[in-house]
Ligand binder design. Structure first.
Ligand code: KIV
Length: 268
């Protein structure tokens, strides 16, 4: 068996050229990151989805840079091989390229992020250029971009309307030209994702964007069935951990109440 190597931007660039799919998941701490890394995941995204998933907020907007640094540090400690990408939260990169550089620098220097992810197309192209010229790998994110949810007003599929589809196609080319090493495509029609994937030299990473992307990503709490209030059709549930954990905790409660736990073997 081939020796497993650390995944880098170069690894995934080569995978695109060999037509090999790579696989990504979100992670927010060392415990989970270690399991995913050992299972063989290629890229772990410390997503600002932790605002919804861990913090219980309705959107990703309240997440701060210090929180992203804290979670990225934890994920890094659990990982040996996967590439670790950190989301830049809302208003930590939109004000100016200088602001983005300072904050992306903190994610790399203080947390060990190997790349950062930014939402948006043409309007962040200059910032992407500045970061990549400084040696910071950038992952783009187009389609449904959750930091703009109040502007969209809805979580509906993006790029169904031909003008919006054209905008996303153009933004993808602009981001590639500005230097991103990959682009997340969220909740767009499979046909549009295919056109974009075929038009780019860099890999696309789909979430709700059909099967033609170079990679797929899911929020891990969705695919493992830990979140139960969110079930869009693009999520495949590989486990039902919410119920399994609740069942285990109920057995523990019953054992303690009945005096079955701890047993003699579990005592000193
Ligand atoms: O924050 C996040 O988890 C993300 C993924 C859904 C791509 O941006």
């Amino acid at each position: 068996m081939e020796k497993r190597r650390k995944v880098t931007t170069e690894t995934i660039r080569q995978m695109k050229h060999r037509n090999e799919r790579f696989v990504c998941l979100t992670a927010y701490d060392a415990l989970i990151a270690r399991i995913f890394d050992e299972a063989g995941i290629d890229v772990l995204l410390v997503g600002d989805s932790l605002g919804n998933v861990l913090q219980g907020h309705p959107t990703t907007l309240p997440v701060t840079l210090d929180q992203m640094i804290y979670h990225t540090q934890m994920v890094k400690r659990g990982v040996q091989y996967a590439m670790v990408v950190a989301d830049m939260p809302f208003l930590t990169y939109q004000i100016s390229a200088e602001q983005a550089l300072r904050n992306a620098g903190r994610l790399m220097k203080e947390a060990g992020a190997e790349a950062v992810k930014l939402e948006g197309g043409e309007r962040i192209a200059e910032t992407v250029r500045r970061l990549t010229e400084t040696g910071i790998p950038v992952m783009g994110h187009l389609g449904l971009t959750p930091q703009s949810i109040y502007q969209f007003g809805t979580y509906r599929t993006r790029g169904v309307d031909p003008a919006e589809a054209e905008r996303i196609r153009k933004d993808a080319l602009i981001l590639q030209e500005a230097g991103v090493f990959s682009i997340v495509l969220e909740k767009i029609p499979a046909r549009l994702a295919r056109q974009i994937t075929e038009s780019l030299d860099i890999p696309t990473i789909g979430i709700g964007a059909g099967p033609h992307c170079d990679a797929q990503i899911l929020v891990y709490t969705d695919m493992l069935g830990l979140t139960i209030d969110f079930s869009p059709r693009f999520v495949r549930r590989y486990e039902h951990l919410y119920q399994r954990i609740a069942d285990a905790v109920q057995r523990y409660i019953a054992d303690v109440r009945q005096g079955d736990f701890p047993s003699d073997e579990e005592s000193y």
